[in-house]
Design a protein around this ligand. Structure first.
Ligand code: DXP
Ligand SMILES: NCC(=O)COP(=O)(O)O
Length: 238
């Protein structure tokens, strides 16, 4: 089964536009779980432009599905993970000024750093995942860091899907097979939506988890959050 983790960053973007607590990200997380989300993902960024560090502290007290905290492993991120001990920490190489994630780790150049960070996260009892591009050369070094999983960066798949979906998915299927051979768990995320999700899942049925935020929250404006989460869940069952 591929779990659907709902990324609620964009709920916080709307909340922050007015400074008060509407929408309430904690309530939305609990409702999302009630509507079928199998995990809640957040990606606090250093400027706290959407999810704030104190949101993460509040969410960890109430989330009962898999709580996944994404981010660059700086001191503040590591402290947050130490305090909250989520089900999963997803390490992303974004610099502080990144508008959104736009590449995976160079696991060759940063292998030593990742190895140390992952060892520390394992001491906290937290499962780890590394955000990674669909390039085979990064997978064995990723395995050598000791990570439990990798998360495939799916923006290139999503942006080429409508042009030629077979070509778009090909590199992902190749590295997904490699990850399976290496004994790495497999997640995927970034720009997944109701058009491209089912095909990815059909081509890589052994995906453990997808985390979806931007498109899902946009779809919820039209279909409502409950319907939307159910629609995404069905895409994973086709
Ligand atoms: C790692 C990843 O792909 C997501 O965290 C995505 O970048 C969402 O972050 P934003 O909501 O800040 O765009
Ligand atoms: N890890 C990917 C994620 O959490 C959500 O990415 P997106 O759907 O907002 O592009």
């Amino acid at each position: 089964m591929t779990k659907l983790s709902v990324n609620i960053n964009k709920i916080a973007t709307i909340r922050n536009a007015r400074g008060a607590n509407n929408p309430d990200v904690v309530k939305v997380a609990l409702d999302a779980e009630r509507f079928g989300a199998q995990g809640i993902t957040v990606h606090p960024r250093p400027d706290e432009r959407h999810i704030r560090y104190d949101d993460v502290l509040a969410l960890h007290q109430v989330v009962t599905t898999e709580f996944n905290i994404e981010g660059y492993p700086d001191k503040r991120y590591m402290e947050l993970v130490r305090l909250t001990k989520p089900a999963q920490a997803t390490l992303v190489p974004d610099p502080p000024e990144a508008i959104t994630s736009n590449t995976g780790w160079d696991t060759i150049a940063h292998q030593a750093l990742l190895k140390d960070i992952i060892a520390e996260l394992h001491e906290y009892g937290v499962r780890t995942s590394i955000f990674i591009n669909p390039e085979s050369r990064y997978f064995e070094p990723a395995k050598n860091t000791g990570t439990d999983r990798v998360e495939l960066y799916t923006e290139p798949y999503a942006s080429h899907y409508h042009q030629d979906r077979d070509a778009a998915v090909r590199p992902y299927v190749e590295v997904a097979k490699l990850a399976r051979e290496l004994g790495l768990g497999l997640n995927a995320g970034h720009d997944l939506d109701l058009h491209n999700l089912a095909f990815l899942k059909q081509q890589i049925p052994w995906l453990d988890e997808v985390s979806i935020g931007h498109a899902l929250i946009c779809d919820a404006l039209y279909y409502g959050l409950e319907n939307t989460i159910q629609m995404y869940r069905r895409q994973l069952e086709l």
